[in-house]
Write a protein that binds this ligand. Structure first.
Ligand code: COA
Ligand code: AMP
Length: 625
């Protein structure tokens, strides 16, 4: 039996013994006596009587173990030309003071804190400061517009918001404070205080009574100790796109998360404790939560927080420069980042300028790793390139190639095999397991391993209806795919209204709500079409209300502006085409899949349930024109 099979079977056959052993690798205040228990909602929960603090595990514990002088976090910001390093001692002490700053505003265990910050060290410190108090953070990606922030504020009901005066993108500065003010104005829930960290690129006006200057508060703050919490107490809420306009608040608990993070660092990434881990993502996404902030520090590594892009900061050698400069062991990013590099440096000339001898493995996630990108990175970097599949809901990889246990042969297009702890099955419409190479719903048999969401924030019904009720005993991932004859998993894409744009998860349903809200529009469909760089891009098809006369280009401009204003630039909604009618089934369901196939130039079969087949020609005609 291979090392992978041995590990996998242990987790599958004796999950409690397996996870008990993994739990012994973290420093609990009170080790759990119960490993798995069903809660009042009927959901399996890990380590329910364990007591710990995540900030302790990631910072104080290492200081106690004599690793305080070691580098914990390296901040590298080509957009502001800044580089800074923090030791574990420095991180612990600054986090303790930021926790004190929050406590002075009355933040205690269980309170929510929204963090809307760019990629600066204080964003990670703010997260740890919340964890230190047992408060629940909810980080909102800086690329989201005020409306998205408002929706999250309303749902999470934070006591405090933490922000910075601005974000810095390539060649542009984005003021954050006016967006925070607008979001609070639009939200029914009003936080009591807003901490604003002033950045020199654009200082904010602190005109509201609730505004507090971060630096001043920090200077006056007293360090706060770690508050013990139960393993099942929430560490954070992270909102993610669902099929409707309202994002889902994925809840992550403290204990299961810490155990899974620790386990993943050696099993999946094969990271030595003295290594350097770089997740080139953003703290606003789950990858950033897990692998910029929590896992590398829980494991005792050095993490890199990079405020820049793979290209244009200043050139497509940026990733390789960082890898050489900090002796990165593992690089983790989204395929789209490498496609951007490949586009600007197809021969890998920039890569050749750097010494990558320390770099062991490159990991990718966020979207399917397309075979041409896999082959390009493999051949240019000459390192193992590992695709692994995961979701905000799980917080860590569901399938991958666990290098720390056994590096299995890579198959292009596959995210290899289920990670120990996950039981992946492919189900048909009836909920029956299908055979090898047959596509179906990718589902996870319960219990889900530690770190996976136990509920949707204050909406348990949505958790049940969105994930659990379709196939009793299973969690439905929302992805379609198949397992091949060797047990390799191939994820073929979402089977709902979620798309992935440059590794960012977005809801076409939400875009339809916004587009459909325009006074000239009777109905619309937004589909995700293939894009060579970003994987997918949204494309809108709109039907005008009877009698409405508008200039199509002008209307497109208005719709593009509306989506940009309400979701944010990150949605990359750039086109909306006017059609006479949308292809529908006889019962009135819009045939989005067929529309997408036509737009992508794929072969398609005309659905037997179609109401009017000529509506498909209409789509083709508009695309051609
Ligand atoms: N704050 C404010 N605005 C932001 C932002 C942020 N944090 N992140 C992105 N935006 C804006 C950009 O400025 C851009 O605005 P524009 O339309 O006015 O130019 C828009 O959102 C789209 O940004 P992006 O998707 O980043 O596109 P890009 O063309 O600037 O860069 C890539 C393309 C591929 C280089 C970039 O998407 C990338 O690096 N992707 C990596 C993906 C990733 O990290 N995914 C996380 C999951 S692992
Ligand atoms: P997010 O919750 O933002 O991490 O997005 C999760 C979704 O991204 C998944 O449901 C998939 O659709 C897609 N995804 C993430 N990683 C991969 C991967 N390695 N291969 C294919 N799809 C992926």
């Amino acid at each position: 039996m291979s090392a992978y099979q041995k590990e996998y079977q242990w987790a599958q056959n004796e999950p409690e013994s397996f996870w008990k052993a993994q739990a012994e690798n973290i420093d609990w205040f009170e080790a759990p006596k119960t490993i798995l228990k069903t809660d009042e909602n009927g959901i399996e929960r890990w380590f329910p009587d364990g007591v710990l603090n995540t900030s302790w595990l990631a910072l104080d514990y290492h200081c106690e173990q004599g690793r305080g002088d070691k580098k914990a976090l390296i901040y590298d910001s080509p957009v502001t030309e800044t580089k800074r390093t923090y030791t574990y001692y420095e991180m612990r002490d600054q986090v303790a003071k930021i926790a004190g700053m929050l406590a002075a505003q009355g933040v205690t265990k269980g309170d929510r804190v929204v963090i809307y910050m760019p990629m600066i060290p204080e964003a990670a410190m703010a997260m740890f400061a919340c964890a230190r108090l047992g408060a629940i953070h909810s980080v909102v990606f800086g690329g989201f517009a005020p409306n998205e922030l408002a929706v999250r504020i309303e749902d999470a009901e934070p006591k405090v918001i933490m922000t910075a005066s601005c974000g810095v993108e390539v060649n542009k500065v984005i003021p954050y404070k006016p967006m925070v003010d607008k979001a609070i104005m639009d939200s029914r829930w009003k936080p009591e205080s807003v901490f604003v960290l002033q950045r020199p690129e654009c200082e904010a006006e602190l005109g509201q009574e609730r505004d507090i200057d971060w630096q001043q508060a920090y200077d006056n703050a007293l360090p706060h100790a770690c508050v013990p919490v139960l393993a099942t107490d929430p560490l954070y809420i992270l909102y993610t796109s669902g099929t409707t306009g309202k994002p889902k608040g994925v809840v992550r608990d403290n204990g299961g998360h810490a155990v899974a993070m620790k386990y993943s660092m050696h099993t999946i990434y094969n990271m030595p404790q003295d290594g350097v881990f770089w997740a080139a993502s953003d703290v606003g996404w789950v990858v950033g939560h897990s692998y910029i902030v929590y896992a590398p520090l829980i494991h005792g590594c050095t993490t890199i927080l990079y405020e820049g892009k793979p290209v244009r900061t200043p050139d497509p050698g940026a990733f390789w420069r960082v890898c050489e400069e900090y002796s990165v062991d593992v690089l983790f990013s989204a395929p789209t980042a490498f496609r951007a590099i490949k586009k600007e440096d197809p021969e890998g000339e920039f890569l050749k300028k750097y010494d990558l001898s320390k770099l062991k493995t490159i990991f990718m996630a966020g979207e399917r790793l397309d075979p041409p990108t896999l082959e390009w990175v493999q051949s240019k970097a000459n390192k193992p390139v590992i695709d692994h599949w995961w979701q905000t809901e799980t917080g860590w990889a569901i399938s991958g190639n666990p290098v720390g246990v056994e590096l299995m042969p890579v198959k292009a297009g596959s995210s290899t095999k289920p990670i120990p702890g996950y039981q992946v099955e492919i189900l048909n419409e009836l909920g029956e397991s299908v055979g090898p190479n047959q596509q179906g719903f990718v589902a996870l048999k319960r219990p889900l391993p530690p770190s996976c969401l136990p509920t949707v924030w204050r909406n348990h019904d949505r958790f049940e209806s969105g994930y659990l009720s379709q196939f009793p005993g299973y969690y439905v991932s929302g992805d379609g795919g198949y397992l091949d004859e060797d047990g390799y998993l191939f994820i073929m894409g979402r089977i709902d209204d979620v798309i992935n744009v440059a590794g960012h998860r977005l809801s076409t349903g939400e875009m339809e709500e916004i587009v459909g809200g325009h006074p000239a529009i009777a109905e619309c469909a937004v589909v995700g079409i293939h894009d060579d760089l970003k994987g997918q891009l949204p494309l809108g098809f709109v039907v005008l209300k009877d009698g409405v006369k508008v200039d199509a280009l002008e209307l497109e401009g208005e719709l593009v502006g509306k989506v940009r204003q309400e979701i944010g630039a990150v949605a990359c909604f750039k086109h909306a085409l006017v059609v006479e009618r949308l292809p529908k089934t006889r019962s009135g369901k819009i045939l989005r899949r067929t529309i997408r196939q036509i737009a992508d130039g794929e072969q398609y079969t005309v659905p037997s349930t179609i109401d009017d087949p000529s509506s498909l020609d209409e789509i083709q005609k508009v695309l051609n024109s």
